[in-house]
Design a protein around this ligand. Sequence first.
Ligand SMILES: *Cc1c(COP(=O)(O)O)cnc(C)c1O
Length: 392
Amino acid sequence: MNATAPTLPIYLDYAATTPVDARVAEVMCRYLTVDQLFANPASRSHMLGWQAEQVVEQARRQVADVLHADPREIVWTSGATEADNLALTGFMRANQARGRHLVTSIIEHKAVVDTAKALEREGFEVTWLTPQRDGRIQPGQLREAMREDTVLVSLMAVNNELGSINDIAALAAVAHEHGAAFHSDAAQAVGRIELDVEALGVDLMSLSGHKAYGPKGVGALYVKRHPDIRLEALIHGGGHERGMRSGTLPTHQIAGMGEAFALIQNEGLEDQARISALRDRMLQGLADLPGVHANTAVDVAVPNILNLAFADIDGESLLMALRDIAISTGSACNSASVDPSYVLLGIKTPRALALASLRFSFGRFTTEAEIDHTLTVLRHALQGLRSTASQT
Ligand SMILES: *Cc1c(COP(=O)(O)O)cnc(C)c1O
């Protein structure tokens, strides 16, 4: 037995979700049972309610600190999906007297793409930008799309399939030059790039707990405190979160997200340096193999996401050969057919290559031994599949 052999399966799908850090899970467990602080943070009539509220407010500060924001600018949601819905629909509806035009891109997360499509059905107009081959939107492209009646621009900070990093400061500046507000989905950016909302100039920013070692089912929308940044609520009820999002706050989820963001604040950069070395190890290990293309433009991408295409390989067979490694494909299975990823098609990856693409994403708990094992299995699989292909 090889003492350094990693436990299988190997998890290389951190962009889909991250495990909850054990330190975060420990914090979350304090706010659930009868002998703990389980009270409703909105209960004003007893001490237990106030204490729960303090827990929520501390977490709000922890999340705000990562963004260099004011805690009053953080609105809790059920995740980045809801934050994206609230940002786009809430802002467009609240500002329709000023204009009904939204600008976004074709490679945004579905939470933005599908919300923008729903807005089109409501009568709003959307301009869909096509990214460059490196997965980024150029400020000049955005400038050309801006109109008199543009009220909002929504462009993601880091793309979830490619890892490409948009120049948010430059894009937000273009939006502002034309009197529009700027929203960014930063679910994949937390702990990966510096996110100072003041320096970036964003007005609205979506966040998720579970992409940053926190729990699933909690997220937040940063809403800049400014008279021009008004939202119409989508969820009506008790008027929580200053009327922007009603619903009893889930203390344990929120405390978990706060702790996860505090850990990111302290350890994020260290994590990224280590992960960057792992990504380079992976690339080096494949360098001598023919037909391996990086869909990710690594020079302008976060180090934890590496999307690779394997020429002349059947994607399904490759995935099968890699069944001990948890990764994502460059395709979406519908009941009738396999469709290539709209993001890969969006950067003009040929259909066949998109179907033979895999996204490897690394994280806090990824080890060198896991990368080495993945390389061994991958090299073996590619050699096997290529020789079968050449025989037929
Ligand atoms: C995961 C993800 C979302 C959705 O976040 P949830 O918290 O799961 O709703 C939105 N945008 C991006 C870029 C993501 O990666």
